[in-house]
Design a protein around this ligand. Structure first.
Ligand code: AMP
Length: 952
């Protein structure tokens, strides 16, 4: 019998040892028992005595090795047990058993009976005790079977002779362990086996460093669940997001989440944080690397989180650490002054050295004048101008000022002589000192007392006497006079009231009764505001039409308009000017083309391309602008029309009106520069973001438009083409009214159609009275505003869909109005209907619309009740008449989902009638707004199928 096992064991050892010799198990395996490396007796218990036998053999390096062998193949009824000592589990909940063994092929053993086996069983028993009951009392039920082990490779006698190794390795795992350890037991039922090695181990995730965090050595979980491990930041690192990883059952780390970053002054090198070298710094943990100190700063030590400014250089509190240190500016150029009797204009050139900053401001000091106080005539004042920037206050050095002494001139009071008849009044006055500069002309404004709002007359003359005739007898008129010199217009003086006589008599003013016009008629008026950066000559002038009268006089008559008197803000139509270029000069700032940088084309206007670009005006921050240019080959009329938009826009100053930055007229191409509106026109913007805004966001945009329109209506400006396409939206979702061109009424509007009376009108947006007899008023703008509300709430839907203009006119005349768009609050639809009152005096004013919207924004619960989503009864809904899924989707502008429907099997129109919201989601219509749109249309299809219409 021994014959059978001795041979194999010798050969096994020679052949196997080199493989067993690799004791460097993977570092995620922790060995609990390794029979090969056991130094002493394994001390395993075998029962019965003639069964398993421990055989110590020497390997090729003369190291003793213990094996257990059994080979009682010749006798039947074998039940040989071999049991290890207690193998402590050291906290592991799952352990692995790796068995290396050889097994003889029964056929290779001559004359063995049929009881010969080629398998053996492995069991385990969990226990807290190191002294198990003796094996002879072993009951199988106390042990849990791990598996029956068979050989992949058995070996035959010939193999042994050929020294072919047939070593089997089998690994099994045991989970859910809770006691101190386990006993392994091997049961042989009559095979010829040699157990060469038994190793028990558990798995762990070994210590790992990832994303600058250390994850401790972790024992894997008992079942296949992952163990979450929180990492700790390495030295000089801090948590950006708590670092975590999962230890998987097979000892691998998975799914790193979060990370640490090197703290300020340190940077990551080879997975660790290293201090910044001197001359370098890192200001924020979020920065990846240390960078060189910016100009005029240094860091002498390692680990700098910021660099220190060199002497004489400073960093303002709000300056980023990456910015160069800067210093106060040098003194500005010596001011040049112009003075009249009560005001002084100072001009100076910027400092030669701005100190390296762009935020230079100026502080003007006036010795002897109090803040905002008028200056006295014939008095010498000493002005000093100081240039300041963001670090001036940090510098202890004395400031450098540019000073100038200025003497104001003498005030001239105008003595007004009068001569009256029943239809004329003659006025005369003294002009100011010739030292004030040449008077170019005087402007006499008068109106009939108590009729101020209706009719103003402005007369101009170069003489200082004027006869105003054509007056009504026995009527009181109010006169005011001002002068214009090269510096611009002076202030109007106080008003004087004079009455024409009742009979035709000559009334000569008694010098003693002469009226003193308590006015100073002076040259360019500049209000001196101390401590303000610069002086601005401002003032919007009235235009005038030359009328023949006294050749010395020019007369300006506004039949419907008013002149710009202080306190009133009225829009002046550029056509009021005989020379439209003057209107442009009056209302738009000329910009030097070198200050403009064109970046890209963003659209096409009527007169040429619209581009975006940058505008940098001297000593101003660079801004993003839109640039409209006049294409080459224009006629003079086109140039005027193009620039008329600037002369109109330039008169407005409101956060919801597109702001004019200026014009370029001195070189070609002629350009109009406006603020840049990142999101472009409102209709396109809404279509692009269909269903993506809250009602409050939509309301906010509408509120802006209403506020802009309120301002325009208060300026007596009627827009005539208010529509979502003419509203621009910036990056903060602020909407602004645009499109003020004169010719755009309405040549460039694709939605404008010719009416029977001639002239183009955007029918769908225009009030009936404006279509019928061109009655354009702020009330007709309110009608258009109602349409804009509808466009906004329906995300850019076309008003009245595909109805023809004629049908729209007819439907409106018959009293039809657009139904509430989907999800439209009742109150909003009501507001639209109010705007669409047939009688224009019953429509709300823009001011009321703004208040209503403000009220709704403040109490959003009012927005909850939604108007029933209704279908426009007559004319037909967009779905009417469609017969295929493709046509249907196209009619509701959802053709992007054509393929989705086809792929999901909806090929006939009937088949879509019962599609639900969840099915829409499944077939790929993800946006809620689109789902709603499709579902509403399906309802309408259903209604058509049943021959019913929902009444508006
Ligand atoms: P308009 O000639 O004013 O109708 O402009 C034509 C197109 O250019 C508009 O529809 C806008 O898409 C774009 N556009 C005009 N002005 C601006 C601006 N200030 N900011 C951004 N885009 C603009």
């Amino acid at each position: 019998m021994a014959l059978y096992w001795i041979y194999p064991s010798i050969f096994i050892l020679y052949a196997v040892r080199p493989c067993l010799g690799l004791r460097n198990y993977p570092d995620n395996e922790v060995t609990l028992l390794d029979s090969v490396s056991a130094l002493g007796d394994l001390g395993w218990e075998a029962y019965p005595a003639e069964g398993w036998e421990e055989i110590s053999v020497m390997d090729e390096r003369n190291t003793p090795m213990r094996t257990y062998q059994v080979c009682n193949v010749m006798e039947a009824n074998q039940n040989n047990w071999l049991r290890t000592g207690l193998i402590p589990r050291h906290g592991a909940q799952r352990v692995y058993v790796e068995i290396k063994f050889t097994l003889r092929d029964c056929n290779s053993l001559p004359g063995v009976p049929g009881t010969c086996k080629e398998t053996f069983n492995v069991y385990y028993h969990e226990s807290n005790s190191e002294t198990p009951p003796p094996l002879r009392h072993l009951r199988e039920s106390q042990y849990l079977k791990i598996d029956t082990i068979a050989a992949d490779e058995s070996f035959t006698q010939t193999d042994v002779g050929d020294r072919v190794m047939k070593l089997n390795t089998e690994v099994r795992d045991i989970g859910g362990l809770t006691k101190r350890g386990i006993y392994l037991a091997f049961q042989d039922l009559g095979a010829c086996i040699a157990l060469v090695s038994v190793r028990v181990f558990y798995k762990r995730c070994p210590l790992a460093v990832l994303n600058l965090a250390r994850f401790a050595d972790t024992v894997t979980g008992g079942d296949s669940a992952l163990v979450e491990v929180r990492g700790a930041c390495l030295e000089d690192a801090e948590e950006l997001e708590p670092p975590r990883m999962f230890c998987s059952a097979d000892g691998g780390w998975l799914v790193p989440i979060g990370r640490c970053v090197c703290r300020p002054g340190f940077e990551e090198v080879d997975g660790h944080c290293q201090p910044c070298r001197s001359g370098f710094y890192k200001a924020s943990a979020m920065d990846a690397y240390c960078v060189k100190c910016p100009p005029h700063s240094y860091s002498h030590q390692d680990k700098a989180s910021e660099c220190v400014c060199e002497r004489g250089f400073y960093r303002a509190e709000t300056d980023p650490r990456s910015m160069a240190c800067t210093r106060p500016p040098s003194a500005p150029g010596t001011p040049i002054s112009t003075a009249n009797e009560t005001a002084v204009t100072l001009e100076w050139s910027p400092p030669r050295d701005s100190g390296g900053r762009g935020d230079v401001t100026y502080s003007v000091h006036c010795a002897g004048a109090r803040r905002k106080t008028e200056l006295l005539p014939r008095t010498t004042y000493s002005f000093s101008v100081e240039a300041l920037n963001g670090v001036s206050h940090l510098s202890p050095s004395p400031r450098t000022l540019a000073t100038v002494n200025v003497t104001t001139s003498q005030t001239v009071s105008v003595v007004l002589k009068e001569r009256r008849s029943k239809d004329s009044i003659t006025l005369a006055w003294h002009g100011p000192d010739s030292s004030e500069g040449n008077v170019l002309e005087y402007e006499v404004t008068y109106y009939e007392k108590n009729q101020r709002d209706q009719n103003y007359t402005v007369l101009k003359t170069k003489a200082n006497v004027m006869t105003v005739d054509g007056l009504k007898p026995g009527t009181t008129y109010v006169f005011r006079v001002r002068a214009r010199t090269e510096g611009g217009h002076g202030n109007y003086g106080g008003e004087i009231e004079l009455e024409t006589s009742h009979e035709d008599m000559l009334a000569v003013g008694d010098p003693n009764q002469s009226t003193i016009l308590a006015a100073s008629v002076a040259g360019g008026i500049v209000l001196l505001v101390l401590l303000v950066a610069c002086f601005v000559v401002s003032g919007r002038h009235c235009g005038y039409i030359k009328a023949k009268q006294d050749p010395e006089e020019e007369k300006m008559q506004f039949q419907h308009g008013r002149v710009n008197l202080p306190g009133s803000r009225t829009y002046i139509h550029p056509h009021t000017y005989e020379d439209p270029n003057q209107a442009v000069r009056d209302f738009a700032q000329e910009i030097d083309v070198s200050n403009i940088r064109i970046e890209r084309v963003i659209g096409a206007g009527e007169f040429g391309e619209v581009c975006s670009g940058r505008l940098r005006l001297p000593s101003k921050r660079e801004i993003h602008v839109a640039i409209k240019s006049l294409k080459a080959g224009y006629t003079e009329q086109q140039r005027r029309d193009f620039l008329s938009e600037a002369s109109i826009m330039g008169q407005f100053d409101h956060p919801n009106i597109i702001r004019l930055e200026g014009v370029v007229t001195r070189c070609k191409p002629v350009m109009i520069i406006t603020e840049y509106m990142e999101n472009g026109s409102l209709d396109t913007f809404l279509k692009k973001h269909d269903g993506q805004f809250t009602v409050l966001q939509l309301l906010g945009m509408l509120r802006g438009i209403a506020a802009g329109m309120q301002y325009l209506s208060e300026m007596n400006y009627v827009h005539r083409d208010l529509a979502a396409r003419n509203i621009l939206v910036n990056s903060n979702l602020v909407s602004k009214v645009s499109d003020f061109g004169l010719s755009r009424v309405l040549e460039d509007d694709p939605d404008a159609a010719y009416t029977t009376r001639g002239g183009k009108i955007p029918i769908r947006w225009t009030a009936p009275e404006a279509i019928a007899y061109r009655k354009f008023t702020s009330a007709s703008d309110v009608w258009s505003y109602g349409i804009v509300m509808w466009e906004v709430i329906s995300y850019g839907e076309r008003p009245y869909w595909e109805m023809s203009n004629q049908d729209v006119i007819k439907a409106i005349d018959e009293g039809y109005r657009l139904p509430a768009p989907m999800d439209c609050p009742v109150v909003m639809h009501q507001l639209m209907l109010d705007c669409w009152e047939k009688n224009r005096s019953e429509r709300p004013k823009f001011g009321q619309i703004v208040s209503t919207l403000d009220r709704l924004i403040r109490s959003p619960s009012c927005l909850k009740p939604l108007a029933n989503s209704a279908v426009w009864e007559d004319p037909p809904s967009p779905e009417a008449g469609v017969s295929t899924v493709e046509d249907w989707l196209e009619s509701i502008k959802m053709s992007q989902y054509k393929d989705h429907f086809t792929t999901a099997g909806y090929v006939t129109l009937d088949s879509v009638l019962y599609v639900s919201a969840s099915e829409l989601g499944k077939l790929g219509v993800a946006l809620a707004g689109h789902q709603k749109k499709i579902l509403t249309s399906i309802q309408s299809l259903q209604a058509q199928q049943q021959g019913t219409h929902v009444q508006v």
